[in-house]
Design a binder for this molecule. Structure first.
Ligand code: SAM
Length: 162
């Protein structure tokens, strides 16, 4: 398989997984948190498939296409290690879904992120809420959920809070 084909498979699987998770949170109240706005692709898809759901996006800088940047109230700029901990004045309720796409290929950097991010995620998610993550988070209060068929090419893990 060429790298182009592998990339397309991964994107199709990620789209399916987002859509599956959007259905799972139908009865879970609370906002969606997008950790890593990046190009704004997954943010744009989430707002399309979750109309009416409040979505907050986090990133250290804004590099997304201008049409995929949330309004000032819903764009939280800075290091997530700080902004997620202190976003309470804006993100007033526990999240129904946290979509994490922080995209590092460095194993040591990933372990460091998992170490500080996992406890912050534990605090921020509503009971019954979901986390979709490109990092293997350490979440003792969550169950790892089986992903649906056709999403194998996406490495993201799906967790649900008990
Ligand atoms: N989900 C995005 C999309 O679909 O376009 C792609 C996200 S991109 C792979 C990762 C983003 O996470 C980058 O924009 C980077 O700036 C941001 N990021 C990574 N680590 C961060 C951190 N510790 N604090 C804030 N932003 C971070």
């Amino acid at each position: 398989m060429s790298r182009l084909e592998a990339f397309i498979d991964r994107m199709v699987a990620q789209k399916r997984l987002l859509e599956h998770t959007a259905r799972l949170i139908a009865d879970v109240p609370g906002p969606v948190l997008e950790l890593g706005l990046g190009n704004g692709r997954s943010f744009d898809h989430l707002r399309e498939i979750l109309p009416g759901r409040e979505i907050f996006a986090f990133d250290r800088s804004i590099t997304a296409h201008p049409s995929c940047v949330p309004d000032g109230e819903h764009m939280i700029v800075g290091e997530i290690r700080e902004t997620l901990k202190f976003c309470g004045p804006r993100v007033k309720r526990p999240a129904a879904l946290v979509n994490i796409d922080l995209g590092t290929a460095d194993e040591t950097a990933e372990l460091a992120i998992v170490h500080w991010l996992s406890p912050l995620i534990e605090e921020r998610v509503a009971p019954g809420g979901y986390v979709l993550s490109d990092l293997a988070l350490d979440l003792p209060d969550f169950d790892l959920v089986a992903k649906p068929e056709g999403t194998e090419a996406c490495q993201h893990q799906l967790f649900q809070k008990r």
